[in-house]
Design a protein around this ligand. Structure first.
Ligand code: ADP
Ligand code: ZN
Ligand code: ZN
Length: 757
């Protein structure tokens, strides 16, 4: 069971309090209890190295291994209990698996407010419910507010203050006599944003959806990963909604839904809110204010929130009655944390589901190869005959909405029709057609800014970043050169810094420049650009999306932000401008990512009644990736990629981890990594008889961006076909690194199952 374990009642008056702290040491710290009421899981304030820190109580003990007179006393104890045993168990697993200090793992999983030295106050609110049937004649003729109030209470099992606020601003006054007469009762709850805008439009499920829902519901109450593999628009969200309705029918039960980036998909949240309006729903993501975040987190932890929709960090949210987890777009790399503890929320979700004995549903039109491998296993890969599928595969092969068809995909060979200012004649013509028909177009180019390079034609000077081994991107509107890796900015030079030539030229295409080109080509068209630069404000994307839905935009230009989940009924053309660099990238994951990205962006076309068309500009129209894309045959493409990975011994056929190091001076990094390689190889040689699969330790190398923010970088890759052996090696390597004389002079970190190095 995954219920909250009540903290042990044992409170001790003069005992030892053992806590973890947000410090990079993987151990507990002992303090004396000066007589405070302290329980396991409590937050306490303790002195540490001249500072005061928040500690989380792991245990209460009679004795310490340290002499008591050397121990300091706890300064303060808060009576909130952020952790239960189930959550701590999950965090313990993660700290071990990702080789990250436990105290930092624990503290990082909390909302900021709970990491601060003050009590976590949350605003309390009331929930109102009808206690008995409404007597006839209660509502007089002109008592409109009262009548609306009663109707709302009759329609909902419970109403909270915001819901009633939607009914009428005068609801409080009208409510008083109802409470006094006992017709209405109320109870105190944590504040939750509610919804009155219910939608009962419920499409009849098609056969595949029905099968998916029934299969998953048939296996509740135990651990089971499901891979819901459904083409874009096949009705995965509808499946999630039905699952939630069924699971939440059980009193108290909770569901966690994870999405890659919630602010990119406001529509999704809206659909859950309106279709499941009778259940309290909270979101958890970085666009919330800290107090909202605390409030929502507490609502999840107390069990008040039945549905939690969140981004990757929400995987750690305590939920005492968690009965199911759903991960939408499970292939999305934003589930991987790229600093601190480098966890993958999908993998953590699987561990959590296993610990809680509940199903976890992974949904995608282009599953990650990891999940695909786990779901198809040896069936499609005789080369790894020992691999049994551990996930169960469910397929949705067609678009769900009656008229919607999958778009047709074509390649435009740019060696025959060279683009002018980024656009081939065919693409221009296709856009023009859409403008004439009053339909919308989307142009996808995965680079923001004006141009990726600023170049001097006289001396071949290029604008480099001062801090990174990377080019500065030209942002013409702000007249800035900006490094997309470290954020450094410089004014655009008026002449070449190297030879004085005033004629500096932007080279290549990016969103701003395409936007400008489109405005010149189609002056009557309404063009909107969507990238990190235009969508910084909290509601900017929501506003833009509603403009698109309202038909106020003709052409959208944007980065992958546009690729995700949006449902534009009148969008019939998707143009893909420049993806060739990813086709032949040295990164073995590049084609997997590109395929997913193109499939997603192509999925934006033809979601309404009108058929969609996708035009891809490329110099390599014969590439296997495009063939698979055109037939929308993910299974075949994934199969061939998997064969390649098996042959090359890359994940998911094997497991990898990288140990990264960086310092201002590469000599130090190099020394550290050389020593590491040596020590790790020695360890493996010594342990050889214990391993059924031998870990491989590669020589130190430098990443693509060798210098980042003035730090010289390098890494060592460790690889093994057996997870356990790799973990043992990592354990030894981390212990070794802590002892190394250079470890204080450089920064080093471990990235298990690394996606980027
Ligand atoms: P996905 O999440 O797979 O992209 P959605 O759940 O968003 O797909 O469904 C795409 C569209 O199809 C939505 O407009 C949705 O309302 C509609 N839809 C989903 N299931 C059905 C169904 N069974 N019958 C008719 N329309 C459906
Ligand atoms: Zn020059
Ligand atoms: Zn830089």
């Amino acid at each position: 069971m995954c219920s909250a374990v009540t903290p042990t009642q044992a409170t001790s008056d003069a005992g030892i309090v053992r806590v973890v702290l947000d410090v990079p040491l993987d151990r507990w710290f002992d303090y004396l209890n000066p007589g405070l009421d302290i329980r396991e899981g409590n937050r306490v304030v303790v002195p540490f190295a001249g500072r005061q820190l928040i500690g989380i109580v792991m245990a209460l003990a009679e004795k310490s291994e340290f002499p008591e007179h050397k121990l300091k006393a706890v300064i303060q104890a808060f009576d909130d209990v952020p952790f239960d045993a189930a959550t701590l168990k999950l965090l313990r697993f993660c700290a071990d698996y990702y080789h990250y200090p436990f105290g930092q793992t624990v503290l990082a999983s909390l909302p900021l407010r709970l990491r601060q030295i003050k009590p976590a106050v949350s605003r309390k609110m009331w929930m109102y419910q009808l206690a008995k049937p409404v007597p006839d004649g209660l509502i007089g003729k002109r008592q409109l507010v009262l009548s609306k109030l009663i109707t709302a209470l009759q329609q909902h099992e419970e109403c909270n203050e915001a819901m009633l606020g939607e009914v009428s601003s005068g609801w409080r006054k009208a409510m008083l006599p109802l409470l006094e007469s006992g017709l209405v009762t109320r109870r105190e709850v944590v504040a939750i944003r509610p919804s009155l805008t219910a939608s009962d439009h419920e499409p009849a499920l098609n056969e595949e959806q029905e099968h998916a829902v029934n299969s998953i519901l048939g296996a509740l109450g135990r651990f089971q990963p499901w891979l819901l593999f459904g083409v874009t628009g096949s009705g995965k969200t509808e499946v999630y909604i039905r699952l939630l309705q069924a699971v939440l029918a059980e009193p108290k039960s909770q569901v966690l839904i994870m999405v890659p980036e919630i602010n990119l998909t406001p529509q999704l949240e809206g659909r859950f809110r309106s279709r499941l309006s009778q259940f309290s729903l909270v979101t958890l993501h970085s666009h919330l204010s800290e107090s909202e975040r605390l409030q929502n987190w507490q609502a999840a932890q107390s069990g008040e929130a039945r549905i939690v929709i969140g981004t990757r960090l929400s995987v750690f949210t305590p939920m005492p009655h968690l009965k199911m987890m759903i991960l939408d777009e499970e292939h999305d790399s934003s589930y991987k944390q790229q600093d601190g503890m480098r966890y993958h929320a999908r993998d953590v979700a699987l561990v959590r589901a296993k610990q809680c004995k509940i199903p976890v549903v992974l949904g995608s039109a282009t599953p990650s190869l990891e999940s695909w491998y786990n779901a198809t296993g040896s069936i499609e890969h005789p080369a790894k005959a020992n691999k049994q599928p551990t996930y169960r595969l469910l397929k949705l092969t067609k678009r769900a909405a009656a008229q919607a068809k999958l778009p047709r995909i074509f390649c435009i060979d740019i060696t025959h029709s060279p683009p002018e200012a980024g656009l081939t004649p065919q693409l221009k013509q296709a856009i023009e057609q859409r403008l004439k028909r009053g339909e919308q177009s989307l142009l996808f180019i995965n680079r923001r800014g004006y141009a990726p390079v600023l170049h001097c034609s006289a001396c071949q000077w290029l604008a480099d970043c001062r801090r990174c081994s990377a080019k500065m991107v030209l942002h013409l509107r702000q007249r800035l050169l900006r490094c997309h890796h470290c954020g450094d900015e410089q004014a655009v030079p008026l002449q070449c810094p190297s030879c004085g030539n005033p004629d500096l030229r932007p080279v290549g295409q990016a969103t701003q420049r395409i936007e400008e080109t489109l405005q010149q080509l189609f002056p009557q068209a309404r063009v909107a650009r969507v990238d990190r630069d235009t969508i910084q404000a909290k509601d900017a994307l929501t506003e833009l999306l509603s403009a698109v839905h309202a038909g106020k935009i003709d052409i959208l230009v944007g980065t992958q932000m546009l690729a995700k989940g949006h449902d534009f009924a009148n969008l019939t053309l998707v143009g893909v401008l420049d993806t060739d660099s990813a086709l032949y990238s040295p990164d073995y994951r590049a084609s997997e990512r590109l395929f997913a990205q193109l499939m997603q962006v192509a999925g934006r076309a033809g979601r309404g009644e009108k058929p969609g068309e996708v035009l891809i500009q490329t110099a390599f129209p014969q590439h296997a990736l495009f063939a698979a894309l055109q037939t929308q045959n993910y299974a075949e493409f994934a199969g061939s990629l998997l064969q390649e990975r098996i042959v090359l011994q890359f994940p998911p056929a094997t497991y990898i981890a990288v140990m990264k190091a960086e310092a201002a001076d590469y000599a130090l990094v190099s020394q550290f990594l050389e020593d590491l390689t040596h020590a790790a190889r020695e360890f493996v040689a010594q342990q050889a008889s214990n391993f059924s699969e031998m870990p491989i330790i590669y020589d130190p190398v430098r990443p693509g961006i060798a210098r980042l923010n003035r730090m010289e970088r390098g890494y060592v890759m460790l690889q093994c076909a057996q997870r356990n052996a790799l973990q043992q090696l990592l354990h030894a390597a981390v212990a070794w690194a802590w002892q190394h004389p250079l470890q204080a002079k450089i920064r080093w970190m471990v990235d298990v199952d690394a996606l980027d190095y």
